[in-house]
Design a protein around this ligand. Structure first.
Ligand SMILES: [Zn+2]
Length: 116
């Protein structure tokens, strides 16, 4: 059975009998599926995790999106709700609940104290 290998740069499976094995002087071995991948990695010095058409880039982007979604579900929702609610409620409550002439005078000093 022929060993199946993945491209060292793009990450796609290399069909047996095709591709190229590149060995550096230091002994590190790279398997390239195409000349495109070899040129991008060796010739142009590109990094697979920053090159958009590689599998590695897609994986990192997907994991980053998952982290953002998880983070938005938990942390930002909790943080944003109190912030938005806090400034709106005092303004709305002061004129609505309290009497018209007395409350605007009291509300103004409270706002100044909070901001300071
Ligand atoms: Zn490749």
């Amino acid at each position: 059975m022929v060993e199946k290998r993945n491209c060292s740069f793009c990450g796609h499976a290399i069909e047996p009998g095709t591709g190229k094995i590149y060995v550096r002087k230091d002994g590190s071995v790279f398997n390239f599926c195409s000349n495109k991948c070899q040129k991008n990695n060796i010739g142009l010095g590109r990094v697979s995790r920053r090159t958009k058409w590689t599998v590695r880039y897609g994986e990192l982007k997907a994991s980053a999106l998952n982290r953002e979604k998880e983070g938005q579900d938990e942390a930002p929702a909790e943080k944003e709700a109190p912030k938005k609610a806090a400034p709106k409620k005092p303004v709305k409550k002061a004129p609505a609940k309290t009497e018209a002439p007395a409350k605007p005078k009291k509300a103004a000093p409270k706002k100044e104290a909070k901001t300071e």
